[in-house]
Design a protein. Structure first.
Length: 52
């Protein structure tokens, strides 16, 4: 089973903060994984050079 969850919050025009977690578990013996990410999203369509 894989669980992928993401939250984001707008900070300013075209910029958002995000937190994401991905959990991959099978319920049995052996390795499982948990990965977490924090970062910024930039909406390039708001930048004049990229077509905004």
């Amino acid at each position: 089973m894989v669980v992928d969850a993401r939250l984001s919050k707008a900070l300013a025009s075209g910029v958002s903060f995000f937190a994401q977690i991905v959990v991959d578990v099978d319920g049995g013996p052996g390795a499982d994984s948990v990965q977490s990410y924090l970062g910024l999203d930039f909406d390039l369509s708001t930048v004049p050079f990229f077509g905004g």
